[in-house]
Design a protein around this ligand. Structure first.
Ligand code: GDP
Ligand code: IMO
Ligand code: MG
Length: 429
């Protein structure tokens, strides 16, 4: 058994797409288990970047089977756009991409409500991707959701859509003074989607169980990051799913007894897109330098990402809630040329020192980071392929991270391309 969960250990966009693409070479199945098309996972194929939102990043390796589990929320229009984008690149998905019959569908009213809610919140907004993620998960938990298996049975679909639209239209009219959705138009659109999605729909728990029994290697691809997890993140500035390792269990129907490893992906610094506390944010001049150098603009919405120093309080929290056995450090090259580098090891607020990530928003919003300072390196790292190729101060920085986090670093990334990778001990996968 060698089934591995790979998750983001910060606020998302750590570079999970690149790592999944690297590990896909040795995997048989790649499985998304939560989130939806709020995710944007980038794979760089020799200067040609492919961004995947719904479909697992392993799809670019032609022999892998890709699965979208029951914990994912699916926007059918976006899904087919992605299938078409892959087809234009000569990648066919038929027969090797499957979607759970229990996955919930994102409807037009979810996207609209996401947008309207954000607009009404004003300064208190979450800064969502406006893809309808929160309203869709909300309906799932409120038992007002519609799953792919419901769409497959038109009798069930008709009744559920009627019932749900009644509530949505009343809400749109009374709260947002918005015009209602037409049942007839929506029913027609989704009946067409039904024909197109049917070949992809499966009982994916069964599919994964069979794969595991045949000793296939299964890789679970987390979306977002642990600090965006609805339970373990900076609530309410989070997404609406469990982006931490636990999500892989509920979101696929795979038993925890069949998971052998959990790997965390971190950036060599920290970024965050959307609202919410960010204790280690850079001062303005360094912020714009790293934003430009690291091309820190959202892969899904194009919004600039806020950037800051590596926050070990955040990553320690991720190690704790995910049980990380090793970490992968991405984008080390972006720090090249800085005179000094800081690592946040604790927070201070009202005379108290916090070593563990606090839940209290007030503490997080006013926390003063306690930093360790190390010398930077002036030699570029993007050509490094082995540990010994890295400048001495870069190695010192990485060793210091390991000492603080008490978790080994298995791989370091020094550029977006596959080859721009330094494997530390060859034991990642
Ligand atoms: P994900 O959501 O975790 O998959 O990450 P994103 O794709 O949203 O963002 C990561 C960005 O960093 C993408 O544009 C990648 O191509 C890029 N990237 C990944 N690894 C490296 C690296 O080591 N160095 C640099 N400079 N860019 C990287
Ligand atoms: P990947 O998988 C970074 C953020 C949004 C917002 C919050 C809630 O590419 O790492 P949502 O639309 O999910 O309701 O928004 O979560 N967010 C992400 N930030 N990377 C992502 O995905 C994200 N997906 C959602 O910016 O702050
Ligand atoms: Mg991303």
């Amino acid at each position: 058994m060698s089934n591995t969960i790979l998750i983001g250990a910060q606020w998302g966009d750590e570079g999970k797409g690149k790592v999944i693409d690297l590990l896909a070479e040795k995997s048989d199945y790649i499985v998304r288990f939560q989130g939806g098309n709020n995710a944007g996972h980038t794979v760089d194929l020799g200067g040609n970047k492919v961004v995947l939102h719904h479909i697992p990043s392993g799809i670019l390796h032609r022999k892998t089977v890709c699965v979208i589990g029951n914990g994912v929320v699916l926007d059918l229009g976006a899904f087919f756009e992605e299938v078409e984008m892959l087809r234009r690149r000569g990648i066919t998905v038929r027969g090797r991409l499957f979607v759970s019959d229990r996955a919930h569908i994102i409807f037009d009213y979810h996207r609209l409500i996401d947008q309207l809610r954000e607009e009404c919140q004003g300064r208190g907004k979450i800064g969502t991707t406006k893809r309808g993620i929160g309203p869709c998960y909300g309906d799932k938990v409120n038992r007002l959701g519609i799953r792919l298996c419901d769409l497959m049975n038109l009798n069930v679909f008709r009744e559920r859509l009627k019932m749900v639209l009644k509530e949505k239209n009343a809400m749109l009219k009374k709260i947002y003074r918005h015009r209602p959705f037409s049942f007839t138009a929506m029913y027609r659109t989704y009946s067409q989607y039904r024909r197109r999605i049917a070949p992809f729909v499966r009982n994916t728990s069964l599919l994964l169980d069979q794969a595991d029994r045949k000793r296939k290697r299964i890789l679970f691809e987390g979306a977002q990051g642990t600090l965006l997890d609805v339970d373990h993140g900076t609530y309410p500035y989070v997404t609406s799913s469990n982006a931490s390792a636990g999500g892989a269990i509920a979101g696929t129907g795979m038993s925890p007894r069949r998971i052998s490893d959990v790997i965390g992906v971190v950036k060599a610094y920290t970024t965050r897109v959307g609202e919410g506390p960010f204790p280690t944010i850079f001062p303005p001049d360094l912020l714009s330098h790293i934003q430009t150098r690291g091309e820190e603009f959202g892969a899904t919405t194009g919004r600039p990402r806020r950037c800051g120093w590596f926050d070990a309080v955040v990553v320690r929290h991720s190690i704790l809630v995910n049980g990380l056995s090793k970490i992968v450090v991405m984008k080390l090259d972006v720090l090249d040329g800085l005179p000094k580098i800081k690592i946040c090891v604790a927070y201070r607020y009202r005379g108290k020192r916090y070593k563990h990530f606090p839940a209290d928003l007030e503490v997080l919003e006013h926390a003063q980071p306690v930093y360790q300072e190390l010398p930077g390196w002036q030699t570029p790292t993007h050509e490094a392929r082995r540990w010994g190729d890295l400048p001495m101060n870069a190695r010192r920085y990485l060793r210091q991270l390991e000492t603080i986090l008490k978790v080994p670093i298995a791989l370091v990334s020094v550029g977006s391309e596959r080859s721009q990778t330094v494997s530390i001990d060859g034991t990642l996968w």
